[in-house]
Design a protein. Structure first.
Lengths: 315, 493
């Protein structure tokens, strides 16, 4: 465990927890302004969290521990990923966990926990949301694995830190066919996984069209706050992963204060920009019919497969 | 034309009328209790278009055994009117194929019929009066989704029970009538001019439609001829109401496929229209402008501002349809075929989007000035058709308002006196923005109202929603529901 890794392991989760709700706020504000609305302000998600955290805990009658543990598990997995993935520093605090398979499994664990909680409520909406989420997840996770795997082939390691470092040393790789195909596949997958348009509408109030929101419909108060926070963190984590896998510049490679400040700023700028682009793109998108979503995700899986093939044959 | 017949003659008369192309516009119970201690009476209003014909069948009934033969097998809406009559008056339709309760929820006390003159104050609501089951669909993988009556958004109370396999809807049952207000009874005993405030509030978004239908009924009962200027002002107000509601629906349909930017823009146009309403009548929802005998406005909308709104709307619709995902979501979703629309007796936007040409502005006109019937480009009965019918009707309405405003000039008030003298009945039929609104009133000799029956287009159109939704997927329900956009309040009086 290097000093750089330890510093990163402390700075990254703090940054992600504090910054994620702001990222969501920025994205909502961008969308509101582009639609010609005033918007609630960048800090609204934090105000919402504060409000929810002050409320009493209420759980529906008949729910079990699964329902109560899911928010904690969701936040915990997101936190672990925030600690280990190379966001600010190339070294990881717990290097073995900064592995492609471990990170994807952690993120999937959180999603599965939430789907189980949705089922645990025994309501039609919970089950419906969980069923839809699992359909999407079953298509998203393989794509995620294969897309990042395409990047790891040339490095010879599935360690995310190693992948990022190798891109830093050989910038031309970013423009390789394998890398570009993987990037497109990853973008589609991230949009689906974080419940953004055109797969899911994060701002709908219509119970019957919801995916993510339907699963968490029974949560209230501090539990809901944890889920909202974790959802925001997952969005930041995915955008940070995308940014550093393809554009790792600015990330700290040495444990000096200057390098760390640059690393933090670079992450904030990259994730912020990606968020703004995503939010701006959403203005022009409508939500796909549910049965068209698998077609979109199958397409992204194909791109990821092509990326792997390209990384072998065109390397 | 009013014909009094016995209960036994009813099916014969109804069959002959329906065969001649009449449709049932209204069927209602009446309680003739009074000094001369009459019994109950069922009234059936049949109407036909081109030329405008109205035939009323009155069936006097015995108070102790009020029974009418059911017309449900002849006309689908008749079956629903009969169930409503039974729940509110205790008039029993014999041999009804679907004799479940309609208006009366299971906590209503047994044997208490609120519309009877002797009903009195509502008794204590408490014990559940027997089961009130849903049809259950069974089979491998079938499950039920109960939604409502309290929803996540700001909408009226309705309970929807979906029977679903995977995401595909097998059966949908909509249970409404959660907020029965006893509105028709509130009219009784008021003078017509004092009942306007009730008519304006039958359904909040249809102020002009219901007020106008009520005033036409009053004028029909008193045989008053309204000055042409007042008729034109009323027509302008009716189209203004259509405009602001249609743009709301167009925006909401875009919002339901998560194309929020167009909803924000449609809301902007709606606000412009509401401000025009405010300038024209002094009320954003057009209240206070129409009264029995005439109409009064403070100003008229200018042609330039209306043309600008028309251009704006055209652009918004064009933008919506140029988005491939939006057209994909709209096209072929929740089809209501022309045959289904006819059989169910649908009216208004829903009927026209399925290819029917029913429009009370042309079929049952209240003013002499006539406009060409708009041709609709798409009448396949899907969400896209209902979207386009609204967009095309907005263009027609703007043209109508412009031309009518030109005819009215600066005569902003026009009234004919309502001569006293009552003891008669009258009917008013208006094409509100949702569809055909019918009011039928009866007055006492002193001019006060003894019975008002209101039929909102939603009463005809609600049964079409589950039919259109068969084999649609659950996530398309909100979109379909919005494309029908039926009123809970107008349906449940």
């Amino acid at each position: 465990m290097s000093a750089l890794g330890v510093v990163g392991g402390i700075a990254q989760p703090v940054l992600i927890v504090a910054g994620s709700p702001l990222l969501v706020g920025v994205m909502r504000q961008v969308r509101a302004r582009l639609e010609g609305r005033a918007g609630a302000g960048v800090r609204q998600p934090w105000r919402d969290l504060r409000k929810l955290l002050r409320k009493e805990t209420i759980t529906p009658r008949g729910t079990s521990e699964v329902f109560r543990i899911a928010p904690l598990l969701l936040v915990a997995t997101s936190l672990v990923v925030a600690v280990v993935v190379p966001f600010v520093t190339t070294d990881s605090a717990i290097d073995p966990v900064a592995d492609l398979f471990a990170v994807v499994a952690l993120l999937a664990l959180g999603a599965v926990a939430l789907a189980l909680a949705g089922l645990d409520t025994g309501t039609a909406f919970g089950g419906m949301g969980a069923s839809r989420e699992m359909t999407i997840l079953a298509l998203v996770e393989p794509t995620l694995l294969v897309a990042i795997f395409a990047l790891s082939v040339r490095v010879g390691s599935t360690n995310l830190g190693a992948i990022v470092s190798s891109t830093l040393h050989d910038p031309a790789r970013v423009l390789s066919p394998a890398s570009l195909l993987a990037a497109v596949a990853l973008i589609v997958v991230i949009v689906a996984e974080t419940g953004r348009l055109p797969v899911d509408n994060p701002s709908t109030h219509l119970e019957l069209t919801m995916v993510h929101e339907a699963m968490v419909l029974e949560y209230a108060g501090p539990d809901l706050a944890l889920i909202e926070l974790a959802s925001a963190m997952r969005l930041s984590v995915f955008l940070g992963l995308l940014a550093n896998l393809f554009l790792p510049w600015g990330i700290a490679t040495a444990a000096t204060p200057a390098a760390l400040v640059v690393g933090v700023l670079a992450l904030v700028v990259k994730v912020g920009l990606l968020g703004v682009v995503l939010a701006a793109g959403e203005v022009f998108l409508a939500k796909l019919r549910l049965f068209r979503v698998p077609e979109l995700l199958a397409g992204s899986f194909l791109l990821a497969l092509l990326a792997v093939a390209a990384s072998y044959f065109l390397a | 034309m009013i014909t009094t017949i016995t209960a036994g003659e009813l099916p014969e008369h109804a069959t002959s009328l329906l065969e001649k192309g009449f449709r049932l516009a209204l069927a209602a119970g009446h309680d003739d209790a009074g000094p001369d201690a009459g019994g109950l009476r069922a009234v059936y209003l049949f109407i036909a278009a081109a030329p405008d014909r109205r035939v009323e069948l009155h069936v006097p009934l015995d108070r102790d055994h009020p029974e009418v033969p059911s017309l449900a097998r002849l006309s689908f809406p008749a079956g629903r009117f009969e169930r409503e009559m039974r729940d509110l008056f205790g008039i029993v339709p014999t041999d009804h194929p679907l004799p479940q309760r309609l208006v009366r929820h299971f906590h209503w006390p047994q044997g208490w019929y609120p519309m009877l003159a002797a009903a009195g104050e509502p008794p204590q609501f408490g014990d559940v009066d027997g089961p009130y089951p849903f049809r259950t669909v069974e089979g491998p993988g079938v499950y039920e989704i109960p939604v409502g009556p309290v929803h996540a958004g700001m909408i009226g109370p309705g309970h929807f029970r979906f029977s679903v396999v995977g995401e595909t809807i097998l059966n949908l049952k909509a249970r409404l009538w959660f907020v029965h207000r006893g509105l028709e009874k509130l009219f009784q005993g008021r003078r017509p001019e004092a009942a306007i405030e009730l008519a304006e509030r039958v359904s909040g978004d249809t102020t002009v439609g219901h007020t106008l239908a009520f005033c036409l009924a009053v004028e029909d009962a008193h045989q008053v001829t309204v000055p042409p200027a007042a008729q034109r002002i009323r027509a302008i107000l009716l189209e203004l109401e259509r405009l602001y509601n249609h743009i709301t629906d167009i925006g909401a349909l875009c919002n339901d496929v998560a194309y929020g930017v167009l909803n924000a823009q449609a809301q902007r146009v709606r606000e412009q229209l509401l401000r025009i309403n405010d300038r024209v009548t002094g009320h954003r929802l057009l209240r206070g402008a129409i009264h029995p005998g005439g109409a009064r406005v403070a100003a008229l909308p200018g042609p330039a501002e209306l043309a600008a709104i028309g251009t704006d709307v055209g652009e918004l619709v064009g933008l919506a349809l140029s988005n491939t995902v939006v057209t994909d979501r709209f096209t072929g979703t929740a089809v209501l075929t022309a045959a289904q629309a006819t059989d169910l007796g649908t009216v208004g936007v829903v009927a026209r989007a399925s290819g029917l040409t029913i429009d009370a502005r042309h079929d049952h006109p209240f003013m002499s000035a006539q406009f060409p019937r708009p041709e609709h480009t798409r009448t396949d009965g899907d969400v896209l058709s209902r979207f386009l019918v609204r967009a095309e009707e907005m263009a027609t309405s703007i043209a109508m308002i412009t031309s009518l405003a030109d005819m009215v000039g600066d005569r902003l008030t026009a009234t004919a006196p309502i001569t006293s003298g009552g003891g008669r009945s009258g009917v008013g039929i208006v094409e509100g923005w949702r569809g055909m609104i019918t009011h039928r009133i009866e007055t006492a000799p002193d001019g006060t109202l003894t019975r008002v029956k209101i039929v909102d287009p939603s009463f005809f159109n609600w049964p079409a929603l589950p039919v259109a939704l068969a084999d649609t997927i659950v996530p398309d329900f909100p979109l379909t529901n919005k494309s029908f956009n039926l009123s809970y309040a107008g349906n449940d009086l």
